[in-house]
Design a protein around this ligand. Structure first.
Ligand code: GDP
Ligand code: GDP
Length: 457
């Protein structure tokens, strides 16, 4: 095992739940050391993980697939026991799209007897596909499961929030003591912010403007890191005078100026994808001299599909012609173009002069708050009753579809599950009505809200 001062997180779970995918997602393309010491320990991989700037050593306990199923529990126990020695956290991964298996339960039972904190991750939860499994996962007794998609990079911010107190607690023993202002991760944690947009929209200029130096293009670290890097930065809110921490996510592709023109469009989407992985809030930068283009809508859609909060900023406002016409035009196109973009915060900025940047950052904090918000159950069900009263569900064939109650299962992004019967008959227009009403009535605006309908078993 490599010598390490970093806190250690061990991934545990039955085969095929996505452990390796998660490992690769967090460790990236860096070479992972393989510990193939003979005996019980086979095929353990170690790597240095970076999750939103939080560093830890990650251990993947892959390699049980070929075992004789009959001896699996015994071997699993032995291998896992070795892996857990010295671990700070066990990251227990299940497949949210499949029912819990006996092996999942066996691992859970065993983990409860170990002297290590457990974070439960419900993987393969991209879109809303995993909600059923996520509900079931509560029963394992490890608290709220972190819904994530290792493959699509969804839920990484939640994973960060869940792991942080466990990982950083240990860090204190060897690192400089941190100032004690981090009790409420939700409210005071640095805002992870990414800026995306088409080539020449002004992303580099904006980042340099925010950071107040030319570090992205000239720093010695440029070009060394292949993946996203995060720059810690502080912003003073001019309204409240509060100093707020921001982690600006930058991708290598944004720093490097691509030379071949026809690669540009593809690159901007790839960059966006990369940056989105690590961001809570994404600013889509438009170019005032070009307006809103199809490529912009694609990127906006991608951001929301990945479950991130979105802000649209029209840059180069200093050279905009017919400024108010442009603003209203973009506003209208966003509201009418894609349903999920309705109400997305829109600001006008100039990376060159600095105009509108405070407003943009205020909007970013506001939208993160909505993205992280949990609606109290009582208020939620009051809203629900009202929504059903205003527009009752249809009664195909004379039999009314019963919608019984609603619960919010997750935040960042917010996820809701509505329980009812005869749901297969519910028209998708009614589902859209509910989703749009959640957004509008409960103040989520254009925050990507997930809604699942579920019949109790
Ligand atoms: P492991 O055996 O637990 O390490 O699982 P792998 O990482 O090898 O993944 C098993 C399968 O699940 C592979 O086909 C992956 O592509 C797939 N997979 C992993 N993560 C996700 C995810 O987040 N969503 C979906 N849909 N599939 C995933
Ligand atoms: P990127 O490809 O998105 O990183 O875009 P750059 O930051 O390289 O900017 C592209 C061009 O737009 C450069 O010539 C910038 O000087 C210019 N630019 C960026 N922001 C502004 C702005 O707010 N106003 C004006 N007038 N030009 C800008």
């Amino acid at each position: 095992m490599p010598a390490c001062a970093l806190p250690q997180v061990v991934i545990i779970g039955r085969p095929n739940v996505g452990k390796s995918t998660l490992f690769n997602r967090l460790v990236g393309k860096k070479v992972a050391l393989v510990d193939d010491q003979p005996g019980v320990t086979r095929d353990r991989r170690f790597g240095d993980a970076d999750l939103l700037g939080m560093k830890f050593q990650l251990v993947d306990t892959a390699g049980w697939e070929d075992e004789d199923p009959a001896s699996l529990p015994g071997r699993m126990r032995a291998q896992t026991e070795v892996s857990l020695k010295g671990a700070d956290v066990a990251l227990f991964v299940i497949d949210s799209r499949a029912d819990l298996t006996p092996l999942d339960r066996e691992i859970a039972r065993w983990l409860r007897g170990q002297d290590v904190p457990v974070v439960l991750a419900a993987n393969k939860a991209e879109g809303s596909s995993g909600d059923a499994g996520i509900m079931e996962a509560y029963a394992l007794g490890f608290g709220e499961p972190v819904a994530l998609s290792a493959e699509h990079g969804e839920g990484l911010a939640d994973l960060f929030t869940a792991l942080r107190p466990l990982v950083e607690k240990d860090e204190d023993e060897w690192a400089e003591p941190e100032p004690e202002d981090e009790e409420e991760p939700g409210a005071t944690a640095p805002l992870s912010l990414a800026i995306v947009g088409r080539p020449n929209a002004g992303k580099s200029t904006l980042i340099n403007r925010l950071l107040g130096e030319d570090r992205l293009l000239t720093g010695p670290e440029a070009g060394i890191t292949r993946d996203s890097i995060a720059v810690d930065w502080q912003w003073t809110d001019p309204k409240s005078g509060e100093v707020r921490d921001i982690k600006l996510v930058d991708t290598a592709g944004m720093r490097k100026k691509a030379k071949v023109q026809d690669k540009l469009e593809r690159l901007s989407v790839a960059d966006a994808r990369n940056a989105i992985d690590y961001a809570e809030v994404v600013v889509l930068l438009l170019d005032a001299t070009r307006g809103l283009e199809v490529q912009d809508l694609k990127i906006a859609n991608l951001v929301l599909e990945e479950g991130r909060a979105l802000i649209v900023a029209i840059n180069k406002w200093d050279v905009a012609e017919d400024a108010s016409g442009l603003f209203n035009g973009v506003r209208g196109a966003l509201d009418e173009g894609l349903a999920q973009l309705k109400g997305v915060p829109l600001v006008a900025v100039s990376a060159m002069t600095g105009k509108g940047l405070d407003q943009m950052l205020s909007a970013a904090f506001e939208v993160r708050e909505a993205w992280s918000r949990r609606v109290p159950t009582a208020a939620l069900n009051r809203w629900f009753d009202h929504a059903l009263e205003t527009n009752p569900p249809p009664a195909p064939g004379g039999r009314r579809i019963k919608l019984r109650y609603i619960t919010q299962t997750n935040t960042r992004p917010p996820r809701f599950v509505i329980f009812g019967t005869r749901l297969d008959d519910l028209p998708s227009s009614y589902e859209r009505y509910l989703l749009n009403s959640i957004r509008a009535d409960l103040g989520f605006g254009a925050v990507p809200v997930r809604l699942t309908l579920k019949s109790p078993k």
